[in-house]
Design a protein around this ligand. Structure first.
Ligand code: SAM
Length: 479
């Protein structure tokens, strides 16, 4: 993973503690007043400098909230300030404030001018003490505001009350549960349970006594493993349940089929462990993956074992569960969209169809001792779609095997590479032509082979990627 700064993510997100610190606002108008109010809300002592002061700032000065200095800005004004904001309509003054900030290393924001600012002010959803800051790094304040509106609607105001309640018990919880993992589990139970409901419905006194009682309870947090299907690649195809358990997990074990944006959906402080498993290139042998899961769960951790597609379809989920059962570790299985379903949908190939295929079989084309040991007779049946996982290495043998067992060599077949991802490619042909075409492209992992009359429908049903005109039979390579 590269940690080099990205042009469009060049800001470091942080929250400043300005309580009791001096904040300077240069400007006397409406925008300056808004900025001064934002600083006041964070507990800063605010001085405003401007030759002319508008109504709102005058009111704030009248009640003693800000100190006014009715004069022009001088660079020395920044001395002693921890933060400064320029909001004047005079570009020269704004520039002077920015330059003084750079010279004195004091963070400066110039309203509506990211180039002159050393920090920008995010759109804020304020449920103090809970605060949600949103930034588009200046690319689109309108979009940031839209996101803010969505979040405003989704986060009830009462969350602020809940956060306050939790804050009051924070040090007590640290004493009771010195282990951060156990403490987190304790708070997750609170936040997901009746105590939070009580606080959210305004019954804070009962919530506080219930919380005190819960802290006194004797609780051992035991480990738990969730075997989670991550789907074929597109993060949008993750199930809601998978997302929820990922956000709760302290450790995520993932393999090469799980794309980085999916792993990013885990909690920020979750430990992420790559356990690999590419064909013939195992980062950790299966036995060690099992042992690792058992060890982590025994340490009381909530573990997510994130697997590509569905854990129970060519995913060795069953073997991993055997290991957990052997050691008495509690687990759950969260299904995922399997590669065949994802690849078929995104390639516009229905796996079954009233006119062409009444059944569909999923097989592995993984070679054992150099040959694909498949029940050819059963696969070559008419009116059936065959989806072959791990079949690209043995593509030629599989196509020949099917022909040898009675499938016509003109049977349509397609290989879908990196299905559901923006890089998805489909090579389409027949049992006779596909192996050479796939070799010529060439096709890399992960890729799935689909054989059957239904592949023809792709010309009509293909929807993902470039315009349909590029689709067709027996010659196409496209997204
Ligand atoms: C070890 S199997 C795991 C299957 C997984 N458990 C599932 O349900 O999709 C790996 C094979 O799944 C297929 N596969 C997984 N993700 C894929 C994708 N995004 N595009 C095409 N094939 C994929 C490939 O055939 C790959 O060799």
């Amino acid at each position: 993973m590269s940690l080099a700064p990205e042009a469009d993510r060049a800001y470091f997100a942080a929250f400043l503690d300005l309580r009791g610190k001096r904040g300077l606002v240069v400007g006397g108008g409406r925008v300056a007043a808004l900025k001064a109010e934002a600083l006041l809300r964070s507990g800063a002592r605010v001085t405003v400098i401007a030759p002319e002061i508008g109504e709102r700032l005058s009111e704030l000065a009248l009640v003693g909230a800000v100190r006014l200095e009715r004069r022009r800005f001088q660079p020395g004004d920044l001395l002693g300030a921890q933060i400064a904001i320029a909001a004047t309509d005079d570009p020269a003054v704004n520039e002077a404030v920015s330059a003084a900030g750079s010279a004195l290393r004091i963070p400066v924001n110039v309203a509506d001018n990211a180039a002159l600012s050393s920090f920008i002010m995010p759109a804020l959803v304020d449920r103090a003490p809970l605060q949600i800051a949103i930034s588009s790094a200046g690319a689109s304040p309108v979009l940031a505001r839209k996101v803010r509106t969505l979040i405003e609607a989704a986060v009830p105001f009462a969350f602020g009350r809940l956060a306050q309640l939790i804050g009051r018990f924070r040090s007590a919880s640290k004493e009771r549960y010195p282990d951060p993992e156990a403490r987190r589990r304790f708070w997750e139970e609170v936040v997901d349970g009746p105590i939070a409901d009580m606080a959210l419905s305004g019954n804070e006194r009962s919530a506080a006594s219930a919380l005190e009682a819960k802290l006194r309870e004797r609780r051992d947090f035991t480990g738990f493993v969730s075997l989670v299907g991550a789907g074929p690649g597109d993060p949008e195809l993750l199930t809601l349940r998978a997302l929820r358990v990922m956000q709760a997990a302290g450790v995520v074990l993932y393999d090469h089929l799980v794309s980085p944006p999916l792993v990013d959906l885990a909690r920020r402080d979750a430990e992420r462990i790559y356990v690999g498993k590419e064909r013939d290139n195992h980062a950790l042998p299966q036995g060690e993956i099992n042992a690792l899961m058992v060890r982590l769960a025994r340490e009381g951790k909530r573990v997510v074992r994130l697997k590509g597609g569905d854990p129970f379809i060519f995913g060795r989920g069953g073997e991993e569960i055997d290991a957990l059962l052997e050691h008495g570790i509690a687990f759950e299985v969260v299904p995922g969209i399997t590669a065949a379903a994802g690849a078929a949908s995104y390639a516009g190939i229905p796996l079954t169809h009233r006119d062409y295929a009444q059944s569909c079989v999923f097989v592995t084309g993984h070679l054992k001792n150099g040959s694909a040991q498949l029940d050819w007779q059963a696969l070559a049946r008419p009116h059936q779609t065959v989806a072959v996982y791990m079949g690209v290495g043995a593509l030629a043998q599989i196509c020949q095997g099917l022909i040898a067992h009675g499938m016509p060599e003109s049977m349509p077949a397609a290989v879908v590479e990196k299905a559901t991802l923006p890089e998805q490619r489909v090579v389409e042909g027949t049992l006779l032509t596909l192996p050479d075409k796939a070799k010529a492209q060439p096709i890399g992992p992960p890729a799935l082979l689909i054989v059957g009359e239904v592949v023809r429908l792709r010309a009509k049903l293909g929807w993902f990627g470039p315009a349909k005109a590029e689709f067709g039979t027996d010659h196409v390579i496209s997204r």
